[in-house]
Design a protein around this ligand. Structure first.
Ligand code: GDP
Length: 476
């Protein structure tokens, strides 16, 4: 995919001649009709202050971010997460609810773990996220994803409130998610449901039969007791919350689970939150893009469409996203790819910012802190004579504290190979009367490699010397 110089200039609101000049600086002699590849366009755009960020944020605009008109909203199923202390029966409850429902409902399906499933009661659906525990819940919240409408807090009647019960309550409250308490294991002889209710009062959870407003259901996952009642209470709570969404637009959702499947490639479970996801849709998920090749539900059945609150397993993504990543459908494949590419570049930049690469600017700091004892340099120049002269002068700058090594030198433009070498060995590249090739420039930006260009030997040597002494004026 390409864009012409003229078109890019137009989109950036600058003169094509200015853009052509910038390209010349990068070593590209082009005309207004020259087709630029995407990476080059990104570099140019960023030189003119078109931040990667802006484009990513614009995703919302692209994606009809205007609030949905009330008449477009229809009721959607509640999304439920089960939390509670270890061994209190979260997994058993999830399994029991699912099995009871499968037997009652469409028999014959082979249930599969896709990270979420839905059940039906009186023709109404409820979606369960089936990664129990608050780790998943918190992880998603940390990424800004609000997925859960209602928390089912499982408390074993024979054990009572335990540390993770408390944590679950705190997490739910912090997220502003209402709690329904499932007092589990009431089949056990030593079950003491009343004591559990008593203990929960301390957290402001007062059972309705005790005059409070907390819904508590006594269940047994093992004996399948009162499961339907629990589901009824969930639906009741959902009614109170008036959960609604607009199904008639491009889908937006959150990744619940994802993995790399040997045969199918990246596989991700999307919980659709708005709009309707359809087979064939283009999409962006975190740093990945793709086209929904096929979808299936937790019964392994092929699905062509998934509306709000529906979990579906999707194949066709370019990579494996993280749980909590936002999934967005787009009309345009090109747009999807561009956004994903920009996000990748941004992510790489962020990662690079983490490890400290050597730049001439912060060299002194790194010498002071003892991080740097060797300053590695690559020297490229227009003629052999100047390459040797620069290298020789630089070597002489070695001090007791820092040894200056010219690890590579040569005649010609700065290439990708040079940048690769520099990135791998924490090296500064000095170009003498030469420029980096476009690909090399791009790579240097991605990898955080410092390229310095000079046309006077004295300037090059002086800059490095000053940097070593902490006297280099910061470039603005
Ligand atoms: P989790 O750690 O919260 O997911 O708990 P599990 O679902 O793994 O259950 C822990 C143990 O409690 C298992 O041995 C279950 O068989 C048992 N268990 C779960 N629910 C019940 C129940 O309703 N009654 C009885 N008696 N045992 C249960």
């Amino acid at each position: 995919e390409t864009i012409s110089v003229g078109e890019l200039a137009k989109r950036m609101g600058i003169k094509a001649t200015d853009l052509i000049k910038s390209l010349m600086k990068m070593g590209m002699m082009v005309t207004i009709n020259h087709a630029l590849d995407f990476d080059t366009a990104v570099i140019l755009a960023s030189e003119y202050g078109y931040e990667v960020e802006n484009v990513a944020v614009d995703l919302d605009e692209i994606h009809e971010s205007a609030p949905d008109a009330p008449e477009t909203l229809i009721k959607r199923p509640p999304v439920v997460t089960i939390m509670g202390h270890v061994d209190h029966g979260k997994t058993s409850l999830l399994d029991a609810i699912r099995e009871a429902n499968v037997i009652a409902g469409e028999a014959g399906g082979i249930t599969q773990h896709i990270g979420a499933y839905d059940v039906e009661l009186d023709g109404r659906k409820i979606t369960f996220l089936d990664t129990p525990g608050h780790e998943a819940f918190t992880a998603m919240r940390a990424r800004g994803a609000k997925v859960t409408d209602i928390v089912i807090l499982v408390v074993a009647a024979d054990d009572g409130v335990m540390p993770q019960t408390r944590e679950a309550i705190n997490h739910s409250k912090a997220a502003g998610v209402p709690i329904i308490v499932a007092i589990n294991k009431i089949d056990k002889p030593d079950a003491r449901a009343e004591r559990v209710k008593q203990e929960l009062m301390e957290f402001g959870l007062v059972a309705s039969e005790w005059g409070g407003d907390a819904t508590m259901v006594e269940v047994s996952a093992k004996k399948r007791l009162n499961l339907e009642e629990l589901l009824e209470m969930i639906l009741l709570q959902a009614d109170v919350m008036e959960l609604k969404a607009n199904p008639d637009k491009l889908a937006k959702g959150t990744i619940v689970e994802a993995k790399l499947d040997r045969g199918r490639g990246p596989v991700a479970t999307v919980l659709v939150q708005e709009g309707t996801l359809k087979t064939g849709d283009f999409c962006v998920v975190g740093i990945h893009s793709g086209r929904v090749r096929a979808m299936q539900n937790d019964r392994g059945e092929k699905v062509l469409e998934a509306g709000p609150s529906r979990p579906v397993e999707v194949i066709g993504l370019s990579g494996v996203p993280d749980a909590g990543d936002v999934f967005v459908s787009l009309k345009d494949e090109k747009q999807a790819k561009e956004i994903a590419t920009l996000r990748q570049i941004k992510q790489r930049e962020a990662e690079l910012a983490k490890h400290s690469k050597i730049t001439l600017e912060d060299l002194y700091k790194q010498i002071q802190s003892g991080e740097v004892k060797d300053l590695n340099v690559i020297v490229k120049g227009d003629v052999q004579g100047s390459v040797e002269a620069v290298g020789e002068s630089l070597r002489k700058l070695s001090t007791d504290a820092v040894r200056l090594n010219v690890i590579h030198s040569g005649v010609g433009a700065i290439t990708e190979t040079d940048v690769n070498l520099a990135a791998a060995s924490n090296t500064i590249i000095i170009g003498f009367s030469v420029r980096p090739e476009v690909k090399a420039q791009l790579m240097a930006e991605k990898e955080g490699v410092d390229i310095r260009l000079y046309s006077i030997i004295y300037d090059a040597v002086e800059d490095v010397k000053k940097a070593m002494e902490g006297l280099l004026a910061p470039t603005l």
